[in-house]
Ligand binder design. Sequence first.
Ligand SMILES: *Cc1c(COP(=O)(O)O)cnc(C)c1O
Length: 403
Amino acid sequence: MTTVLPAAVLAPAGTPLTARVTEAVRGLDGSPTYVYDLEHLDAHAGAIRAALGSVELIHAVKANPDPGLLRVIARHVDGLEVASGGELAHVRQMAPDVPLAFGGPGKTDTELTAALHARVERFHVESLNELRRLDVLARELGTRARVLLRVNLPTGGAVGVLTMGGRPSPFGMDPAEADTCAASLESSRGIEFVGIHAHLASGSDPEPCAAQGAAIHHWAIDYARRHGLPLAEVNIGGGMNVDYVRPERVFDWAEYARHLSALPEGPVVRIEPGRAVSAYSGWYATEVLDIKRSHGEWFAICAGGTHHLRTPAAKGHDQPLAVLPVRRWDRPWDRPGCGPDDAITFVGQLCTPKDVLARSVRAGRVRIGDKVVFALAGAYAQNISHVEFLMHDRPAVTHVGDC
Ligand SMILES: *Cc1c(COP(=O)(O)O)cnc(C)c1O
């Protein structure tokens, strides 16, 4: 048995670590493990739902397809958004009755057909070509696909006013193509127009995020009016910020909802956040295998690395972390470690200088054998990581919390 001192040193200050997670990490043997706290997630998702009022909430499964997490999230949402045939099959199997939206660029005929068979409630159509293919497939099956056109609107500008221009993007269609789609709807018996969808940016704070939503809403109402279409729904996307540098600055859902409540009456408003729902309820736990001082700088080499937790490499930040000191040291030689005030870089086991989890952070005294817990690892972490690189074992996964 290893003994872990109760106090964890947190870097940056305030990095959240629940008592349940600390307890679970104490019991681990040090092998890299994702720890998901389901009670934490249940409370967090419940608070988001409560803050939103009449705004509908669907969750983007691509943030993390872990079934334990999805089952908890499914209790609090109006549906799940899937972006591939794989996610579709996965979600339908674990939650057969949850309403689904199917988004993503490059949907194949096979995927669209599977989605029609699986009674997907919303298709987020990304191009005129996709709309035509979906129409043909739906008619062949004697059904109608309920469609939101995904539009690539220009970002920025004041509330309700979109700046001209817009950014080139493979996602969604330009407004002019949406006009062409509207013209083709009359002859598309396999399509039922439901509304407009846009997902324009990730990493926004409440006010700009809501302003962007208001601009989409405004554009959608104008679009429907111009084309004489009934507008049942506007999906204003996800992208609510997770602040990896200042993790205590959690997205203020109440403030966001207050801004959205100023929207004019009309279509149902939906949002589809991913990361801001699950990021805070996942941790990646590992241990320090070696410590070295290289040309004046300290390095802690951890079991695992960015092939398990790619987020800091992908986004270019230092992953918030906590060190759980372990007292026990069985070796007959002195235990290597840095001093309490030293800056130290946490890396993994990969043979590449890019395998950095946190660079030059102050995490107190760090010694070989200590446990390290990286926070904000519940979204775009395990599932975006290149686990095959160097053929290390995959990380283990454990769920904590009574849920
Ligand atoms: C990725 C994605 C989301 C979720 O984005 P987050 O930044 O995780 O909130 C929502 N909608 C679409 C279309 C996406 O591609």
